[in-house]
Design a protein around this ligand. Structure first.
Ligand code: OAD
Length: 240
C-alpha cells in the first residue's frame, strides 16, 4: 500500500507561475482591498468591480502554466496516495496532472448562483470563448452569476472533507501558505500526533508550538525536490 500524503497548498505554490500572493509585499490585498473584492458585502456593493477583478485573474490563469513544483507533486502520485487540499482557486495542480485536488476556496474557472453559491445545479465552468462574467449575467436560478469563490465570512463547505483527509494521512505537507486564514490554517491540528509535518516556504511561517514541523526554507519548485528526498529518509513512509 502506498503511504498517504495530505498536502495543504496556498498562494506561494503558484508564485513561480506568475501569480501574486495575497499578503506578501506588493500582494493582491495591497492593490485590491479584500473587503471590496472578497466579501459578500463587497459583491452586493459593486458586483461589476468584483467580476472585473476575477475576470482579470481568470484571463491571467488561462495564459499561465503549472511550475516545476506543481509537476513534481503530480509525479509523486507514482509513490504516494496524494490528496492536495488547496486554498488556491487556480487549476494549476490539475493541469500538472494531480488527480485528487480539493479546492477549499472555490475555483476561478467556475461561476455560480449569488443566492446559493454551493447549489451544484447552478455551478458552471466558464468556457475559453466566454471567460468573463458579464454585467447582468444570470445563473440558472435567475440570480446574478458570480465567481465560484469562497469569500471571507462565507462557509467553507469542503473543510470537513479536508479535515478527514488530513487525519487519515501518514504525513502532512504544507506549501506556500502564511497559515493566516481559518479554517484552512487549522487543518494542521487535524494531523495525527505521530505523523511528520513538512512545511515549504521561503519565509518564516508561524506553526503550532505543540507540533514539530520540518521546515524547508525555499520556494515551491526547489522545496518539493528537497521534500522528495526528505520523505525517502522517513521509515514510516515506505510502501508496505
Ligand atoms: P498568503 O499570501 O497569505 O501567503 C503566501 C505564502 O507563500 C507566504 O507564506 C509566502 O512566504 C509564501 N511564498 C511566496 N513565494 C513563494 C514561493 N515561490 N514558493 C513557496 N512559497 C512562497 O496566501 P495564502 O496563505 O494562500 O482566500 O492565503 C490564504 C487565503 O487568503 C487565500 O486562499 C485567499 C486569501 O485571502 C480567499 O480569497 C478566500
Amino acid at each position: 500500500m502506498k503511504p498517504k500524503l495530505a498536502l495543504l497548498t496556498g498562494a506561494g505554490m503558484s508564485a513561480e507561475s506568475g501569480f501574486s500572493t495575497f499578503r506578501d509585499k506588493g500582494g493582491l490585498w495591497e492593490t485590491h482591498p479584500v473587503e471590496q473584492v472578497a466579501t459578500p458585502e463587497g459583491w452586493r456593493a459593486d458586483p461589476e468591480l468584483v467580476n472585473n477583478f476575477y475576470n482579470g485573474l481568470r484571463r491571467q490563469l488561462v495564459d499561465a502554466a503549472p511550475n516545476a513544483g506543481h509537476r513534481l507533486l503530480a509525479e509523486m502520485e507514482r509513490d504516494y496516495e496524494m490528496t492536495i487540499i488547496t486554498q488556491n482557486v487556480d487549476d494549476l495542480h490539475e493541469r500538472a496532472g494531480s488527480t485528487h485536488v480539493i479546492h477549499l476556496h472555490g475555483e476561478l474557472m467556475k461561476a455560480c448562483s449569488s443566492t446559493d453559491p454551493a447549489d451544484p445545479r447552478h455551478i458552471v465552468t466558464l468556457p475559453l470563448d466566454h471567460l468573463d462574467i458579464r454585467p447582468g449575467e444570470r445563473a440558472g436560478d435567475g440570480s446574478l452569476l458570480r465567481p465560484f469563490i469562497v469569500w471571507f465570512g462565507e462557509p467553507v463547505p469542503l473543510i470537513g472533507t479536508a479535515a478527514e483527509v488530513v487525519s487519515a494521512a501518514d504525513a502532512l505537507i504544507v506549501i506556500g501558505t502564511s497559515l493566516a486564514v481559518y479554517p484552512a490554517a487549522g487543518l494542521i491540528h487535524a494531523a495525527r500526533p505521530d505523523v511528520p509535518i513538512f512545511l515549504i516556504d521561503p519565509n518564516e511561517v508561524g506553526t503550532p508550538r505543540d507540533r514539530h514541523v520540518h521546515v524547508i526554507r525555499d520556494v515551491a519548485s526547489r522545496g518539493v525536490a528537497t521534500l522528495i528526498e526528505a520523505l525517502r529518509q522517513q521509515p514510516s513512509l515506505h510502501s508496505s
